[in-house]
Design a protein around this ligand. Structure first.
Ligand code: ADP
Ligand code: MG
Length: 731
């Protein structure tokens, strides 16, 4: 503190300090960083001064709000400041009966004493000698009738007088403490001087964001408790803005460079209108949401820019019908369509249902007698036998196959489309921006236009997250389920009696002519183990609770023909119960299925369970989903209770994000140096995400190369550019 008053902040470079410059300065250049500290910092991932300044405190302690020992109750989590009055090392190797090594302190806060015990942290004896003043953060408990804290977080307070103490993620094992990081940050901030700000003043004012110099200052050394929130908000905004600029710029470049297919969305009278022919033959009317989605898609497809659209819809909202119509828009103009499914079972099923739905439709073919031929739908997965595969691949390159459904096998080298107009991805695993680009360029016929792209999510992604992670896509939401669906009754079966009730439901529904799924616990490891688990479970069920009922077995290791056969027998009802691994998770569609039993449900994530539940309740028949789990772990309870509480996939997606965090949603590159250290895609930052998106669009709108926002461009490149990506790949 004193030094700061004496020296004042350095003037810094004209125009202010740039992050790129700080990225180029090794922390070793700080006065107080010698080789040992440099290593300790490296262990925390801090190599440059930029790394140091973006190593943010994870907690702030307000000296005026610290607890006094006398006021604390057992069970409270709090922080106190005290002086070490006694320090001793007990047990450990060579100690009495090999007890666990521990360091025991007596800490004095005025007249009150607290025992503080550290297990397996022998360095605490050196760090906290008698007389040291330190801050202890932890939960107050009792041991042998005395009040104590066990393994609290520690920060040496020393003589520092600041009102707010920032606590940094630190590594005392590596030999660097939070207070030392705070000192280094102080030096770095002083020497950096004022920061250049990539966000124009007008936007700062409009969004009520503090400037960058104030933000870096207050995030690390808030003068008052009101200071850190605006600072963190501003820096979080910067993280989100960089992501938005990156994603929107890629999209703009793509649209500029790629020519799309101008599809025939509204065929003139007298020519083939396959979309109408298809929808008229459906046994139901489209929902309003489906009609709106189809309108968006047709508009996109008729335009000259390639479509880049995400179709978000809850399980059962009828995405497949919309996708089929999009493919027909392509086909009716003489182009091909491809659909990529997440698993072979789903691909086979889409193929089967599309074949049925499109049977008898004719496509224009100038070469054929009468100028027409039958529409041809084919399947291409890794399991299609070689001869059949050859025929399909040849048909694709000759333009004789109109619609092809497959898995990743669609993207192998020898598959070349004559004239691909649209690609639909029924997405289970989230592709990143680059994978989508790659996929599209591979799918394009050599030299031809870029096919349209429709991505369907298996389960919804919260809006805020979608805007960021999938910010390069336009979004259409199917926010309406087909009429006449009765909601699925969900039960968490946690006792043996509950389980009996579940099996009784299976038996009674089967007796009533319905079908049931039993999904076995997900077994990590080889497919063989998984197959074994499902087989064992089938044998157990056949011998016990489901004796006398024909049971089918479905798992990933079965040959394709066998999978198809078992699915066919399940559909027809010959085998009313299907014992399966998670291959049924996505997309399997059997309307008579009314019971879903998930064993060991706590092992599955929310999205997966919601998908599984979506396999039932697909008609107006009453349906049940039983989640079997006897665990009383809180994480399990949170998930299973969320499923019991709601069947709304959009709401569940929000819960999932709150519970699991955003890591799982981001692509590898986006997880790079930006890694959203302060920003969150959760509800908390919903507005900030929308604002970042708006600012990015405005800045790029009339300045697509960011020529007037050179600093912002430099930072996007620094955090998300190729150089950053390479750097990451190497480290
Ligand atoms: P998802 O969005 O989960 O992929 P699907 O496309 O598989 O949903 O559709 C679920 C079920 O609803 C299918 O059996 C489908 O035939 C049926 N379906 C789709 N649209 C409608 C509709 N408008 N009215 C009634 N049933 C519909
Ligand atoms: Mg589907």
């Amino acid at each position: 503190m004193r030094t700061e008053v004496e020296c004042g902040p350095a003037p810094g470079p004209p125009g202010g300090r740039r992050l790129r410059q700080l990225a180029g300065i090794d922390v070793g250049e700080l006065r107080r960083v010698g080789p040992a500290r440099r290593d300790a910092l490296a262990a925390l991932g801090i190599r440059s001064v930029l790394d140091l300044l973006t190593h943010y405190p994870h907690r702030y302690l307000d000296q005026t709000r610290r607890a006094r020992l006398a006021e604390l109750a057992v069970g409270d989590t709090a922080w106190i400041v005290g002086d070490v009055a006694e320090c001793r090392v007990v047990g450990g190797p060579g100690g009495r009966r090999g007890g666990r090594a521990r360091v025991e302190l007596a800490v004095a806060d005025g007249p009150d004493r607290l025992r503080v015990t550290f297990f397996n942290q022998p360095f605490r004896a050196r760090q906290l000698p008698v007389g040291a003043r330190a801050l202890f953060y932890g939960r107050l408990d009792t041991f042998g009738g005395r009040r104590q804290m066990t393994n609290p977080q520690v920060d040496l307070v020393g003589e520092r007088a600041g009102r707010i103490v920032p606590l940094y993620p630190a590594s005392e094992r590596a030999g660097i403490a939070s207070w030392e990081i705070a000192e280094l940050v102080g030096e770095a901030l002083r020497r950096a001087g004022p920061f250049a700000d990539p966000l124009p003043e007008a936007w700062r004012a409009r969004l009520g964001l503090v400037d960058r110099t104030a933000a870096f200052g207050a995030v690390h050394r808030p003068a008052a408790p009101d200071d850190w929130e605006p600072a963190r908000r501003r820096l979080a905004f910067d993280e989100l803005l960089r992501l938005q600029v990156d994603v929107q710029r890629r999209r703009a470049a793509f649209e500029r460079d790629a020519a799309g297919v101008r599809h025939v969305a509204d065929p003139p009278p007298g020519t083939a209108d396959l979309v109408r022919a298809f929808t008229e033959r459906l046994p139901f009317a489209l929902t309003g949401a489906q009609r709106r989605a189809l309108r968006d898609i047709r508009e996109d497809m008729a335009g000259s820019r390639p479509m880049h659209r995400l179709l978000q819809g809850d399980v059962g909202s009828g995405k497949t019908v919309v996708a089929a119509a999009a493919m027909l828009v392509s086909v009716q103009g003489g182009h091909q369509a491809a659909m990529m499914a997440p698993t072979e079972v789903v691909a086979e099923q889409h193929h089967g249902s599309l074949r049925k739905a499109l049977d008898g439709l004719e496509v224009p073919d100038p070469g054929a007698l009468g100028g027409k031929r039958s529409l041809r739908v084919e399947l291409l997965t890794g399991r299609v036998p070689a001869a059949a595969r050859r025929r399909v691949v040849d048909g694709i390159s000759a333009g004789a196959v109109d619609v092809v459904v497959g898995t990743h096998a669609l993207l192998t080298e020898d598959v070349r489309f004559a004239d691909l107009g649209v690609v639909v991805i029924d997405e289970q695993h989230r592709f990143g921006v680059e994978q989508r680009a790659e996929l599209r360029s591979r799918a394009a016929s050599a030299g031809g236009p870029t096919p349209d792209l429709l991505v369907m999510t298996a389960t919804p992604i919260p809006r805020t997250a979608a805007m960021t992670v999938l910010g390069d896509l336009d979004v259409t939401e199917l926010d309406e389920l087909p009429a006449g669906r009765s909601p699925v009754t969900t039960v968490w079966a946690r006792t043996p009696d509950d389980e009996d009730a579940a099996w009784e439901r299976v038996r009674s529904q089967v007796a009533a002519g319905r079908r049931a799924y039993v999904v076995c616990p997900l077994v990590e490891g080889s497919g063989r183990v998984e197959a074994r688990a499902a087989t064992d479970e089938l044998e157990r069920l056949a011998a016990e609770v489901l004796a006398g009922i024909p049971l089918g077995l479905l798992h990933g290791q079965l040959p394709a023909a066998e999978k198809e056969a078992v699915m066919a027998r399940f559909r027809s009802g010959d085998v009313p119960v299907l014992v399966a691994t998670t291959v049924v998770e996505v997309g399997v569609d059997v309307a008579e299925a009314t019971v879903m039993v998930v064993e060991d449900a706590g092992r599955f994530g929310i999205a997966q369970l919601h998908q599984l539940r979506g396999r039932v309740g697909r008609s107006d028949l009453a349906s049940w989903c039983y989640l079997l789990d006897r665990s009383d772990a809180p994480e399990v309870a949170e998930r299973l209770q969320a499923l019991v509480a709601t069947t709304d996939g959009f709401a569940l997606a929000e819960v999932d994000l709150e519970l699991r965090g955003e890591g799982t949603l981001l692509g590898t590159r986006q997880q790079g140096r930006s890694d959203l250290k302060l920003a969150s895609l959760r509800r908390r930052h919903r507005r900030l995400v929308a604002q970042a998106r708006e600012v990015a669009a405005a800045l790029l709108g009339d300045d697509p190369e960011l020529e007037r926002q050179e600093l912002l461009a430099e930072e996007v490149d620094l955090f998300l550019g190729e150089a950053a990506a390479e750097f990451l790949a190497k480290s």
